[in-house]
Design a protein around this ligand. Structure first.
Ligand SMILES: Nc1ncnc2c1ncn2[C@@H]1O[C@H](COP(=O)(O)OP(=O)(O)OP(=O)(O)O)[C@@H](O)[C@H]1O
Length: 232
C-alpha cells in the first residue's frame, strides 16, 4: 500500500514561517482533503510535497522512503501534481499538452491511457484544439488528464474546483472517485469548496496559520466546533 507521509515539516519564505510542524498522511485508495481559509499554508504544503519549495525541517516520504530532490525526481517516484490555475500550455494542442506527460515514461508506455478519455470525453473531441481555447473547466480536465498520463501512484491537486461550473465539478468528483476506487491512487487535494470535500474525502485536515488544527473523517466537518476553523 502506498502512503505519502509528511512529518513535522517547517517551511519559510525568507523570515516568514508558512508551515509549522505539519504532519499528515495520504494513503492509497483514499482521498485526503486539506481545508482552511485563504493564506493558511495549504498550497505551500502541496508545493513542499511536490518539491517546488524546500522545507527547513521535517520529512516527506513515500512508502517510508524520503521524497527528496526536484519535482521531476519526485514525479519519477510516482507523484503527479495539478497546480492551482492548472498551468496547461495555451499554445499547444490538447494532444500535445497530454503528451508533455510522456517525458518520464519508457518509450513503450508513451500512450494516453484510454480511461483519460472515458473520464473526460471532451478531451477526445478537442484533441487538436489549442489548450488556451478551452474553458476553465476543460483546462482543469486537461490538467488532470496530463497528470494521469504519467501513471501516478499519488495525485496532488490544488483547488481543482476553483472557478469551475457545477456540471464539470461533478465530472471531476466522479473522476477522482474512479481513480481512488478502481486504480487505488492516493489523492491529496486542497479545497475551499467544503461540500466537495464532504462528499469525497476519506480523511480531512484543516489548517490554520501554518498548522494542522483538525484531523478527522469527512463527517467531522459537520461539527460546528470544526467548522469554526473555516469561517472567515
Ligand atoms: N512566494 C511567497 N513569498 C512569500 N510569502 C508567501 C509566498 N507564497 C505564499 N506566501 C505566504 O505564505 C502563507 C501561506 O500561503 P499559501 O499560498 O500556502 O496559503 P493557502 O492556504 O494555499 O492560501 P490560498 O487559498 O489563498 O492559496 C501566506 O501568508 C502567504 O502570504
Amino acid at each position: 500500500m502506498t502512503a505519502l507521509t509528511v512529518s513535522d515539516v517547517d517551511l519559510f519564505y525568507g523570515a516568514a514561517q508558512a508551515l509549522r510542524g505539519v504532519s499528515a498522511r495520504a494513503e492509497s485508495g483514499k482521498i485526503t482533503c486539506i481545508l482552511g481559509r485563504n493564506g493558511v499554508g495549504k498550497s505551500s504544503l502541496l508545493r513542499a510535497v511536490t518539491g517546488h519549495l524546500p522545507i527547513r525541517k521535517g520529512e516527506i516520504a513515500l512508502d517510508g522512503e524520503a521524497l527528496a530532490g526536484a519535482p521531476h525526481a519526485r514525479a519519477g517516484r510516482g507523484l503527479a501534481y495539478v497546480p492551482q490555475g492548472r498551468e496547461i500550455f495555451p499554445l499547444l494542442t490538447v494532444k500535445e499538452n497530454l503528451e508533455t506527460g510522456y517525458a518520464r515514461l519508457p518509450r513503450k508506455e508513451r500512450t494516453v491511457p484510454e480511461d483519460v478519455f472515458e473520464l473526460f470525453p471532451v478531451l477526445k473531441s478537442m484533441l487538436s484544439r489549442r489548450g488556451g481555447d478551452l474553458s476553465g473547466g476543460q483546462q482543469q480536465q486537461l490538467a488532470i488528464g496530463r497528470a494521469l498520463v504519467t501513471r501516478p501512484r499519488v495525485l496532488v491537486l490544488d483547488e481543482p474546483t476553483e472557478g469551475i461550473q457545477p456540471s464539470i465539478i461533478k465530472d471531476i468528483g466522479r473522476a477522482l472517485q474512479y481513480l481512488r476506487d478502481e486504480k487505488g491512487i492516493s489523492i491529496l487535494l486542497v479545497e475551499q469548496y467544503l461540500d466537495f470535500c464532504r462528499e469525497l474525502a476519506d480523511r480531512v485536515y484543516i489548517m490554520d496559520r501554518g498548522e494542522i488544527v483538525h484531523e478527522g473523517s469527512a463527517e467531522s466537518l459537520d461539527d460546528p466546533a470544526v467548522r469554526k476553523h473555516l469561517t472567515v
